[in-house]
Design a protein around this ligand. Sequence first.
Ligand code: SF4
Ligand code: SF4
Length: 409
Amino acid sequence: MSFWRHQLSGPTDPARDAGWNDPPARKGFFTDTSICIGCKACEVACKEWNQLPMDRLGMTGASYDNSIGLGASTWRHVAFIEQTSERIEAARESGRALIDLGMPALRTSAPQPAILPRATAQDASRAQPQGITLTGPGTSAASEVGVAPTGTAALGTDPAVESGVDPGVVGPGVVDLVAAQEAALAAAATGTLPDFRWLIASDVCKHCTHAACLDVCPTGSLFRSEYGTVVVQDEICNGCGYCVAACPFGVIERREDAGAGTISGVARAGSGSASDGTVATRADTGIAQKCTLCYDRLHADAMPACAQACPTTSIQFGDLEDMRRRAGERLAVLHANGFTEARLYGANPDDGVGGTGSIFLLLDEPEVYGLPPDPVVTTHDLPDIFRKAGYAGLTMLAGAALSFLGRHP
Ligand code: SF4
Ligand code: SF4
């Protein structure tokens, strides 16, 4: 029974379970929403690298978010969560210490630079946990935000300097954006929350330890990679959509149409505009699509495009164990400074999906971010079901045997 328990639910090494001999360390993301500035660089980088067509771009009228949600063509989505005074009031009544990330603003007096070098703010070999040191509620609003280039570097006051990036070449307003967020967090610490608040979170496929999408796929299109991630093979998917219904996070989706082309204008095989101006059908139209954790980049020993592009290292990538450790350390810093509503999501290997390969540090309850509070993989209860069915069968057999024993000749 313990064999099945480990295969179907609970902590396990998914790559070994999938039959990989001597796999590399499991890889994963740590998304720290407390330092996300909502720039959507991760979203764009994902679209660019994976040549994903535009979809659903627009305004809902209810949010500043213009890409609406994860989908077949949006594998990273930066959610803006706007909350009005009524919502804040209700949360205050429940005793929660709310955090407001504020809406970042650009300061026009800032040096107007060229571009942010892609690999300066974060590099796979030197990415470290973010340091935001904040004073607790009721104390002064001093705080520090730092992108520490080494494990021993002090938490700095200027993220550009701390990251080794020459402020003269940092992208427009990046330093100011982080500073604005720092001020908003500090205001939260002193209890001076505005009547309206923003939370921001960059969402992605969770690369579950026990992935329901993979469990139900009848064609083997979804597979567990040697890095412990869950990847779709376009060529094998038959578009049945079982995985879409099975995913407890609503991540995977069938691509219903060709989309409006790719952001970069580079068309994938079988897609793009024909010379007569008509839009050809993408080869992957109708099949299930989702984040692959940049499987191709991992093979090249490169980090996923979203993590590479994130200017604040809100998205970190590496060995999952390391990500769990960093997330725990970061949570401890926030809690020590009075942000008791901060919590980890996906870091518990005993949860309903055996923990996830994408760990999040959230500043409020998962539901606030549109995440299920207690996701459960479809196969989670199978061992119990088998056990109960076994007991029922044995009871029936025993009853039948007793009925024969009780008969008179
Ligand atoms: S989040 Fe959904 S799509 Fe991603 S691995 Fe888990 S079940 Fe599959
Ligand atoms: S790139 Fe980083 S800071 Fe910008 S939205 Fe994505 S996670 Fe947030």
